[in-house]
Design a protein around this ligand. Structure first.
Ligand SMILES: CC(C)(COP(=O)(O)OP(=O)(O)OC[C@H]1O[C@@H](n2cnc3c(N)ncnc32)[C@H](O)[C@@H]1OP(=O)(O)O)[C@@H](O)C(=O)NCCC(=O)NCCS
Length: 153
């Protein structure tokens, strides 16, 4: 019987502002968390990602590489960010080819939503379980798969 290689979750190489909270266990590495950011338990935040001041990231969320989240956002439970779009029909090992994900300020994302390689403007709301496949450029409430405007704000 072979012995598996095991790795530990951890908080590694994170640039933090004042008053950041990270609930353990979480796996947070190579990223920047501005002041008063809250990261709930069982969250992964990968490298080259930045989370703006006072933003809350609730439990079980996955924030992949090259994500920029603005200030005063609320990222609900179990939200998935995904930016390797499998353009060549399989996972792309070259991160230069991955898309980039940008959320503005005061963006609210409901539980279990999936955010693909898109930009979302300030003051947008994404409904629970939605899949955001296209850029959102106007403040409003968006929901469904693919996410569509329910109503403007
Ligand atoms: C998207 C949301 C904000 C919309 O709220 P709302 O503006 O009050 O919308 P309504 O409840 O009036 O629903 C309007 C329509 O959108 C649909 N809808 C609402 N939420 C939806 C969702 N998440 N996904 C798909 N459709 C949705 C409704 O079924 C309704 O459809 P109909 O017009 O065909 O009947 C809300 O439903 C939601 O998903 N909130 C997220 C909650 C959450 O995850 N909280 C996390 C707490 S930790």
């Amino acid at each position: 019987m072979a012995t598996p290689k095991t790795l530990q979750v951890g908080i590694v190489d994170v640039q933090c502002g004042e008053g950041v909270t990270i609930v353990q266990p979480s796996n947070v590495y190579g990223c920047e968390l501005a002041e008063q950011v809250f990261v709930g338990p069982f969250v992964e935040v990968q490298k080259h990602t930045r989370i703006g001041a006072r933003t809350k990231v609730q439990s079980h969320t996955f924030v992949c590489e090259y994500v920029s989240i603005g200030e005063d956002c609320f990222i609900g439970h179990g939200v998935m960010f995904a930016n390797d779009m499998f353009k060549s029909g399989k996972p792309d090992p070259n991160s230069d080819n991955w898309g980039r994900i940008v959320l503005g300020d005061r963006v609210t994302v409901g539980s279990n939503a999936t955010i693909l390689a898109v930009s979302i403007c300030d003051d947008a709301v994404i409904g629970a379980g939605s899949v955001v496949t296209k850029d959102i450029t106007q403040p409003g409430i968006y929901a469904g798969n693919p996410a569509k405007l329910l109503r403007a704000l």
